[in-house]
Design a protein around this ligand. Structure first.
Ligand code: ADP
Ligand code: 5GP
Length: 203
């Protein structure tokens, strides 16, 4: 039985653990596609072009915006990030599940554009713990961490617009919860109806 692919959107304030969770999910679900966003942000140590992001100049990003190449895009912490329409279209045509790690503004754009997605918001257990994780990750300067903490309050305020909330306190539990959401969504009646054997003739 072949069902349509599911589009999963995961958002969280920076430092909540979304990237770590997504990597773990990907290792459990090798078939799951991960959308590689376009960004104008500088590459961090350890990141790779075409693996973590497509790193582009502001000029290239603006051109892609004007050509309508993005299904959604937003400015986050002073840099631009966007999801290519082509990436979503390829997954749809292949019937593949795809995971988008994007901010709440991008998630809101997809929602209003009527994309049939499953929207998950990852919360840190507390703001204190969020700060500890940002500091512990050691990838941003003090000023950038302060900016991300200020933005976190605004981002968390949008959590209620998501379908599911996952509190990333104990890491393994958070991963298990995201996987449980995916399992449940994969057998949602509306996704299976058109692919059931005709002899069932459901009403
Ligand atoms: P995000 O992608 O949301 O910005 P990361 O995945 O980079 O966040 O995680 C931020 C930091 O927090 C990383 O150093 C990561 O190892 C750590 N981390 C992630 N989840 C947990 C957790 N449940 N408990 C403790 N530390 C965590
Ligand atoms: P980072 O710079 O830490 O990799 O990501 C910063 C923020 O940008 C994260 O909240 C991440 O989810 C978001 N982000 C990454 N890619 C996209 C995208 O394509 N669109 C939007 N709207 N946000 C994105």
């Amino acid at each position: 039985m072949k069902r349509e692919g599911v589009l999963y959107v995961i958002s969280a304030p920076s430092g909540a653990g979304k990237t770590t969770i997504c990597k773990m999910i990907k290792s459990h679900e090798p078939e799951l596609r991960q959308s590689i966003s376009y960004t104008t942000r500088a590459m961090r140590a350890g990141e790779e072009e075409g693996v973590d992001y497509h790193f582009v100049t502001r000029e290239t990003f603006d051109r892609m915006v004007s050509e309508g190449a993005f299904a959604e895009w937003a400015e986050v912490h002073g840099n631009c990030y966007g999801t290519a329409r082509a990436t979503l279209e390829e997954a749809r045509l292949a019937g593949a599940d795809i995971l988008l790690d994007i901010d709440f503004q991008g998630a809101a754009q997809l929602r209003i554009s009527d994309v049939d997605g499953v929207f998950i918001f990852v919360l840190p257990p507390s703001l204190n713990e969020l700060r500890k994780r940002l500091e512990g990750r050691n990838t941003e300067s003090h000023d950038v961490i302060e900016q991300r903490m200020t933005n976190a309050t605004e981002e968390i305020a949008h959590a209620a617009q998501f379908d599911y909330l996952v509190v990333n306190d104990v890491f393994d539990k958070a991963v298990e919860e995201v996987r449980a959401i995916m399992l449940a969504e994969s057998v949602r009646t509306s996704r299976l109806m058109s692919d059931l054997p005709k002899e069932f003739s459901l009403k």
